[in-house]
Design a protein around this ligand. Structure first.
Ligand code: ADP
Length: 400
């Protein structure tokens, strides 16, 4: 069975085509600058020559049509007939309180996704555009929506409520939702598999540290707390996002700097975090390269590490223990320096990592803790696309 996985943004899309027989990727690619005369389509068929094309692509439907044409193209194609695609899995950022699992898309589901536009105004409209574009281009093929928030719907109320007047929850559904759920679910399952243990017996803290970053407390396979909130701004310090701040800073800065709501939003989301503190950039590689000679880069690194460590401590407290600590995503998978700094300050939890193992670079799941460590510390490369493909297959099979 071939499954097409689509991640649609407002002016871009990314895709992967899976052969679920062996879960291999048979083509992947992206379209950027949708809406422009010089949109860029990059198509990478496995085992064939890559294609990069600059052409006019004015909307998502056209973009998807073009991608599907290349999937069956004699030179760049990987399948002979587009009908070989039996289902399409869509990444949808926000599922609100409606979706606690992936779901087959129908008119009701689309209406519910529309109902969450307020909660994710930048992402969800684009995700729905992607679904409708596929409905147009591939009529009759089932679409499955896989939500970033769904995995965290198991959080207890004490973890997801904010200490605000209750009317705000009732009227506007203001609460913690959490994100990166597809990744936290994938890496926690992968970790249990790697350790040959049942996930039911594990207390896991999963650190998804990429450009965006979040931590989840996963008890018996269920998310019980996570650092991102109603939006992805809360929690850890990130590449360009502030993470936790005193909310009173917002009206204060707005008044002192004469900022509008949009400006303060953009400050917190795009000009803060590693970028804001270091003044160098949002990429951890640049911070690490400069931190011996630049004190702002050093401060940015120290703050970033310190906050991750505080959350790990908090989640060990939330679950009354921790058996497994997972690092994943761009920074988590690659920065041995950050992992070492975090682990060396968590000895009170019985965490001990092996420097040699920590310094190994690999795309495989690996243990970096010593045999003496009371907590298994693992690096687990995430694969959100594969998780979306697996969920799509599961939902399509169960709805037959
Ligand atoms: P996104 O949230 O955009 O999906 P990723 O998970 O791809 O992000 O992570 C991207 C980040 O990973 C980059 O911004 C960079 O800081 C970090 N990164 C990638 N390689 C390394 C490395 N070798 N060392 C440290 N950080 C790295």
């Amino acid at each position: 069975m071939k499954i097409f996985v689509l991640n649609c943004g407002s002016s871009s899309l990314k895709y992967q085509l899976f052969d679920m027989k062996d879960e291999s990727v048979i083509a992947s690619g992206k379209v950027e600058r949708i809406g422009m005369e010089d949109a860029i389509l990059t198509h990478e068929p496995t085992g064939k020559e890559d294609l990069k094309l600059v052409t006019e692509i004015l909307d998502h439907t056209t973009a998807i049509e073009k991608v599907f044409n290349y999937l069956v193209d004699p030179k760049y194609g990987v399948i002979s007939d587009i009908n070989e695609i039996e289902a399409v899995g869509h990444r949808v950022v926000h599922g609100g309180e409606v979706f606690s699992d992936s779901v087959k898309v129908d008119a009701q589901v689309k209406a519910a996704i529309k109902g969450t536009f307020d909660l994710a105004p930048l992402h969800n409209p684009a995700n729905l555009v992607g679904i409708e574009a596929v409905e147009t281009v591939l009529p009759g093929v089932p679409n499955v929506a896989v939500f970033d928030t769904a995995f965290h719907q198991t959080m207890p109320k004490k973890a997801y409520m904010y200490a605000l007047p209750r009317i705000l929850y009732k009227k506007h559904k203001i609460r913690r939702y959490g994100f990166h759920g597809t990744s936290h679910k994938y890496v926690s399952q992968k970790a249990a598999e790697f350790l040959s243990k049942s996930i039911e017996d594990l207390k896991i803290v999963s650190c998804h540290i990429g450009n965006g970053a979040s931590i989840a407390a996963i008890d018996k396979g269920k998310s019980v707390d996570t650092s991102m909130g109603m939006t992805p701004l809360e929690g850890l310090m990130m590449g360009t996002r502030s993470g936790d701040i005193d909310p009173a800073i917002i009206p204060f800065v707005m008044e002192k700097e004469d900022l509008t709501l949009n400006e303060v939003n953009s400050m917190l989301n795009k000009h803060s975090g590693l970028l804001g503190v270091s003044g160098i950039g949002s990429d951890m590689r640049d911070i690490e390269e400069n931190m011996d000679s630049n004190e702002n880069a050093k401060l940015a690194f120290d703050m970033y590490e310190y906050r991750i460590r505080k959350y790990i401590g908090a989640y060990a407290a939330a679950m009354n223990g921790i058996d497994v600590l997972i690092f994943t995503a761009g920074v988590g998978e690659n920065s041995n320096i950050l992992r070492k700094a975090i682990a060396n300050n968590l000895t009170y939890l019985g965490i001990e990592i092996d420097d040699k193992l920590n310094n190994i670079r690999s795309k495989e799941v690996r243990r970096i803790s010593t045999p003496n460590s009371k907590v298994e510390v693992l690096v687990v490369p995430t694969n959100e696309e594969l998780m979306i493909a697996r969920d799509t297959l599961r939902i399509v099979k169960s709805s037959k």
